[in-house]
Write a protein of this length. Structure first.
Length: 567
């Protein structure tokens, strides 16, 4: 039995060392040694101004004519006729958003979140949407279904108006009008509201021809496949498209699956949304429930991908106009805010398989913050409440450990006496456990029950944008960034070693050494973890040590430190 345990521990130890080495290599800018990531498809694409603006889908099997546009559905309209409307970029500013629109297609090409400083330069706001030499991340809409309908590449006229939300004003609009193309005119009106990250988009389609038309409206998000700047190599978060329908719920799509043609999505639904997700932030196209829509994910160009949906506008008679309202969400993943926008949008803040535990933990953390008004102290309070909730389970575990510590001298003497008789040693050990009514696994089971809860809390803290730039005390000015002076990781390491010292030493000398090595090994990662995560783990360690100390004293087992012996 001891040999099996020792083998398992060595396997865990070896695999942990391999993972840590790979992470360390990546962190220092080298390729991973054992688990290399697939090479990126390409570096960030060049700026997409003019005719090279992002298309929506790869060209169909038949090669299009020069200058043709690529749009969802594979249709390739003829080149757009030149207009007198000059191309311009117009910026609209509210209290929370600064959005730049391109008159070519009335497309959103830039979006700053004014309430969220950039992590690299906190003097400027965080940029979510962008169309530059470094990044491509844009929101586009247009029409398909005809030979030459207005698309996101069509030059449009911007209707003059105010571009900054004024005091006392609740919303501000910008309007784009296309020329008459294929007997159809498209008018887009974007409306930004005070304090809101969802932008209303009204599409009005006018039949200027002499025959009925049945156009389809597409809405898509196009971005490159690169990870956001500053992404940590010591913990991984998802970047890429996501689709939600009531039938299949929330589903993430990897860029590599789009690249290989293996992406599986719910393609047709009367509800749901499409989104682009990254750590802390997301964009999404929202339509009212009951409107039939076709979802799609596609590769647009080298290292450029699209997620979107297409909906039919029905037949429009000559001289008639049909309008469709939609919304573009571009903002932080604040759960309570997203829940109010559309069903399931809060799921872009992805907790994985522990969502059922993470959501109530986030709710409790949010309630504590309303009282304490400090996310750091809210984390401390939440861990304290969890320790109180699990007090009796922990008490059982520590009581079992205290019994093990009490009989440890007897076990060590027996092992020394029977060290040349392993079979007899095992039988004698089982006899001592029976007589002393000690279960050697009694200290493990109650703690293992709690592990999913603390893993769920880990994902809550890692995923919550509220931790971004949130101060705690003194030198901790951002709970989402590593401790700049490594004080919390050092304290966490010290607390982990103290816990090990207070636990009964395993009878097997090899296991005893491993029990000291493991806290040191895993503590390395905490030097690169966000301060909020380290604070939660440190608080848990301190409360566990206090409870273990009290239970040992109550059971008459004086606390003693089992220091390592590496000879």
């Amino acid at each position: 039995m001891n040999d099996i345990r020792r083998t398992i521990l060595w396997v865990i130890f070896g695999f942990s060392m391999v993972l840590l080495w790979d992470k360390w290599q990546v962190h220092n800018g080298h390729k991973a040694t054992f688990f290399p990531s697939p090479e990126p498809v390409a570096t960030a694409p060049a700026a997409t101004g003019g005719a090279s603006a992002p298309g929506s889908v790869p060209a169909p099997s038949a090669a299009p004519a020069a200058g043709a546009q690529q749009v969802p559905g594979g249709a390739v309209p003829a080149p757009v006729a030149a207009t007198n409307a000059p191309r311009e970029r117009v910026t609209v500013t509210t209290d929370v958003l600064r959005v730049t629109f391109d008159s070519e297609g009335g497309t959103v090409t830039h979006g700053d979140l004014l309430g969220y400083p950039d992590m690299a330069d906190k003097s400027r706001p965080f940029t979510l949407l962008d169309d530059s030499t470094q990044r491509v991340y844009v929101a586009q809409t247009g029409l398909i279904g005809g030979a030459n309908y207005p698309t996101h590449k069509t030059p449009m006229t911007v209707v003059p108006g105010n571009r900054t939300l004024q005091d006392g004003q609740n919303d501000i609009s910008i309007r784009f009008e296309s020329p008459d193309l294929g007997g159809v005119k498209l008018v887009k009106t974007w409306t930004l509201k005070r304090g809101a990250y969802d932008i209303a988009v009204k599409h009005e389609v006018v039949n200027t021809g002499t025959a009925p038309v049945s156009p389809q409206l597409y809405m898509q998000l196009v971005r490159d496949g690169n990870k956001p700047p500053g992404e940590s190599s010591f913990y991984s978060t998802f970047t890429g498209p996501a689709i939600y329908t009531e039938a299949k719920k929330y589903h993430k799509v990897d860029f590599k699956d789009i690249e290989s043609g293996k992406a599986e999505i719910d393609k047709s639904s009367p509800n749901g949304y499409v989104a682009m997700v990254q750590h802390y932030f997301a964009t999404a196209w929202l339509l009212a429930d009951g409107i039939q829509r076709e979802m799609f994910v596609r590769k647009v160009d080298t290292n450029l991908y699209a997620v979107g949906m297409i909906t039919s506008l029905g037949e429009i008679a000559p001289g008639q106009t049909k309008a469709l309202d939609s919304r573009l969400f571009a903002g932080p993943q604040i759960e309570t805010m997203m829940e109010k926008l559309t069903p399931g949008l809060e799921l872009v803040k992805d907790y994985g398989w522990l969502t059922i535990l993470s959501k109530p933990l986030y709710w409790l953390l949010d309630q504590l913050h309303k009282i304490l008004n400090n996310w750091g102290w809210s984390i401390v309070a939440l861990v304290l409440l969890l320790k109180i909730a699990f007090y009796w389970l922990n008490a059982k575990a520590y009581a079992s450990m205290a019994k093990m510590k009490a009989i440890n001298p007897k076990i060590m003497e027996m092992r020394e006496r029977l060290k040349d008789k392993p079979q007899q040693m095992q039988q004698e050990m089982m006899r001592i456990y029976r007589e002393e009514k000690v279960n050697p696994m009694g200290g493990c089971f109650p703690i293992m029950i709690q592990i999913p809860v603390f893993i769920a809390l880990y994902w809550v803290l890692l995923s919550s944008v509220e931790m971004r730039n949130a101060p705690w005390i003194g030198w901790i000015r951002d709970l989402s960034s590593p401790d700049p002076f490594f004080i919390l990781p050092l304290l966490m390491t010290a607390s982990s070693l103290l816990q090990t010292a207070l636990n009964p030493a395993p009878p097997d000398p090899m296991q005893a050494k491993m029990m000291w090595f493991m806290p040191l090994i895993f503590s390395v990662m905490f030097f690169f973890f966000p301060a909020g995560l380290v604070l939660y783990w440190l608080t848990n360690n301190i409360l566990s040590i206090a409870q273990q100390w009290i239970i040992n004293k109550r059971m008459g087992v004086p606390p003693q430190f089992n220091l390592p012996k590496f000879r």
